[in-house]
Design a protein around this ligand. Structure first.
Ligand SMILES: Cc1cc2nc3c(=O)[nH]c(=O)nc-3n(C[C@H](O)[C@H](O)[C@H](O)COP(=O)(O)OP(=O)(O)OC[C@H]3O[C@@H](n4cnc5c(N)ncnc54)[C@H](O)[C@@H]3O)c2cc1C
Length: 380
């Protein structure tokens, strides 16, 4: 077993680090507090080949591995935590599901703008009455001539404020087997953006209402029976989510480490107090453990989708570790950590959300238990 990156992986990570330090670090603080999507970053990343890292070259991507994309998130977040979201959107989320299952026409229509950093795609799974119990979703797709009529509502959708297209989970019939997905354009008649709100992270989200929205036949992504395939693809999103928890936890840790090496109290540097040294030792152990679990899940996936079990373990652990580390980093920095002079409080707020988004820690632990006991446990 080799715990080292290959020469190519090291070279790739270092090139992303250079890009991030030179082009993104300068405005990192400003970007974290700015509303909206960082389109200027998306365009620069497209030019740098950081969107579509795992998407085949034939589809306009880079043909790399999932671990390459994880390395990119980590390197970018070192310099600019907010910009890690652009790596996520361009590699891990619904874009990857579209690249995997989409028809030639669907890819031609949407992928080029997504990979150019000119557009984002959002995934609409969650509904007012279907959160953790996502298979309870009620949004219907009714067969009509030439396509489908979609009726329902989605909430908490990341990028809902500006996404051009939604990968919407819909119900064609009863039960889990009746669930599939369509590509639904924001500009379609019957799409209404409802009440707007903000997450604790500052990100805006809006309710999405679909009233008799017509989706042509050729925008069907996965029909009835597609739910399992969708969730297999969603595990890639979870890896990106885990990678951001780890990366933002590490950003907070590095900021606190630098602080402890120069801040003096009682005539001594903070790093000389054993009570704080132990906090740093705990932080470092959590970050290292989280990184190993994340790399295992990503490396084993190679160019395919990651295993459900390894993904659940990596995400649950990284989500908790990222939050715990950012929280301790903030504590070590005192009032400065709690203020917006650095990105530590931002990293804490972001990490908190990933403990809920994309499969909460509790739901992931339910999945892990099913693997442990080799049986499923109905939550109903
Ligand atoms: C930052 C952020 C971004 C998001 N982005 C998106 C997005 O892009 N697209 C999208 O579709 N959704 C998105 N979501 C929604 C997210 O997927 C849901 O919030 C999540 O699935 C939980 O659903 P809920 O909020 O309705 O909580 P509930 O399902 O009501 O759960 C409440 C609490 O109960 C726990 N719980 C529920 N059932 C069980 C059980 N069986 N065993 C143990 N504990 C349980 C949960 O873990 C949670 O702590 C996002 C959420 C956040 C916070």
């Amino acid at each position: 077993m080799d715990f080292h990156l290959t020469a190519e992986q090291t070279q790739f990570r270092d090139s992303v680090l250079r890009f991030a330090r030179n082009e993104l670090a300068g405005k990192a603080l400003e970007r974290a507090h700015a509303p909206g999507y960082p389109w200027e970053v998306a365009k620069r990343m497209a030019a740098q080949g950081l969107l579509g890292i795992t998407i085949p070259e034939a589809d306009g991507g880079q043909g790399g591995t999932l671990l390459d994309a994880v390395l990119a998130i980590e390197a970018v977040a070192t310099a600019c935590p907010r910009s890690a979201d652009v790596v996520q959107a361009g590699n891990f989320g619904p874009i990857r599901v579209l690249a995997q299952y989409g028809s030639a026409l669907q890819k031609k229509t949407y992928l080029s703008r997504l990979l150019a950093g000119e557009s984002v795609i959002a995934v609409g799974m969650t509904e007012p009455e279907a959160g953790s119990a996502v298979t309870d979703l009620k949004t219907t797709a009714q067969r009509v001539e030439g396509g489908y009529r979609i009726n329902g509502a989605k909430i908490f959708t990341t990028h809902s404020a500006y996404a051009e297209v939604f990968l919407a989970y819909v119900r064609f019939g009863p039960g889990v087997g009746g669930i599939g997905s369509v590509l639904l354009e924001r500009s379609s008649e019957g799409v209404r953006v409802g009440k707007k709100s903000h997450f604790m992270s500052g990100e805006e989200w809006a309710e999405l209402h679909f009233a008799d929205v017509f989706v042509p036949e050729d925008r069907l992504l996965l029909g009835e029976g597609g739910f399992k395939k969708q969730i297999a693809g969603f595990n890639v999103e979870r890896i990106g989510n885990a990678a951001r928890s780890l990366a933002l936890g590490r950003h907070a840790y590095e900021t606190a480490r630098a602080w402890a090496l120069q801040r003096r109290q009682f005539g001594r540097l903070l790093c000389e107090f054993q009570g704080l040294q132990w906090k740093f030792a705990e932080m470092k152990m959590k970050l290292d453990a989280a990184q190993l679990l994340l790399y295992r899940a990503a490396a084993n996936a190679d160019r395919g989708f990651p295993s459900a079990e390894e993904t659940a373990i990596a995400k649950a652990y990284c989500n908790q570790a990222g939050f715990d580390v950012a929280n301790e980093a903030l504590q070590v920095m005192g009032g400065t950590g709690y203020s917006q002079e650095t990105l530590v409080e931002y990293c804490l707020r972001r990490c908190r959300g990933w403990m809920i988004a994309g499969g909460s820690i509790e739901i992931l632990k339910n999945r892990i238990a099913e693997h442990i006991f080799e049986r499923s446990f109905s939550q109903r």
